[in-house]
Design a protein around this ligand. Sequence first.
Ligand SMILES: *Cc1c(COP(=O)(O)O)cnc(C)c1O
Length: 385
Amino acid sequence: MSSRQTPETKTLIPLFDLARQHVPIAEELISAVARVAEAQNFVLGAGVAEFEAAAAQYIGVGHTVGVASGTDALYLALRLLGLQPGDEIITSPFTFFATAGAIENAGGRIVFADIDPRTFNLDPTAVAAAISSRTRAILPVHLFGQMAEMGPLLELAAQRGLWLIEDAAQSIGAKALVEGRWRSAGTLGTVGCFSFYPTKNLGGWGDGGLVSTDDPELAERLRRLRVHGEDYANARYVYGEVGTNSRLDAIQAAVLHVKLRHLPGWTETRRARAAGYDQRLGEIDAITTPTAEPDRFHVYSLYTIRAPRRDQLREHLGKRGIGTGVYYPLPLHLQPCFGHLGYRAGDLPEAERAAEEVLSLPLYPELTVEEQARVAAGIAEFYGA
Ligand SMILES: *Cc1c(COP(=O)(O)O)cnc(C)c1O
């Protein structure tokens, strides 16, 4: 095939490059998937249980339940609350849509609280102000790979008798120092929710998700909810409550189990790449590099800067073959589908400002130091730094 690239066109630095991760572990993955093909046991089964046990150990939690997606992990976690009309769940307006969508699908009323501009995570003071007599749970999101400020949120939840549901979709392996102990994402709340969407830090060959909990009864109820609510252990085809079909596929579990062994190494390299960006970009006064709190172990699912004239910078980098992303361009309280909640522009100013300023740069373990230098040079050039 002839190349249409002109000689001066440089190699692309995409925002994500899953192929680079795949190549060195391809054989390992393909033989794991071949074993599933030989067994012809595609839904749940021993492979899923083995992956669940390995994930529980990695996360540091008593129980995990594999489900069909991160969205379903959130939805099923919220179903545990038995929400009644008017019951409120407090969450962040600056997150992927699924966080809020799951609340509405589970029958709850979404209450948005503004974010801390330094970390993009829920501001505990704003959460405290949003609590009402109808609040049932706080749903913090550990955004971009850094855990939310869990100490004050745990305190609020305990004081007010609320559940804490962690959206850890972007933060498997992240940690926070809480009450003098390092605690992992997904172990502090009543339940934690994870996603294995392909571009997440631990990504499958399709959709997948997981719920974590230390409560054996909640785990068992989640196992029933993912098979329509069937009392599968005692009475097949008897349903105590209405669940849904949300099982983790055996093929996904096989892929994820292989990749889980590589995750700690990938995480360390992500952190090293992020430190490299911090150093190179720290000299460019126009932009703000991500804040990594000293009491957090950040796993950098995304390396997100704040940049003036963000859209022009994005275009400038795009012309140089550098992929970037905007997570997220429209805060959730201003989404058309949530108009009935009554929020207006200006209500949550930090989330709105973040939506205008954020830009995520390529960051994956396989990104080379030279590529990082090119990204930094492209940004410096734009600001004339
Ligand atoms: C990816 C993501 C989800 C949803 O996970 P899916 O597996 O794509 O359904 C939920 N919340 C956050 C913060 C996410 O990043």
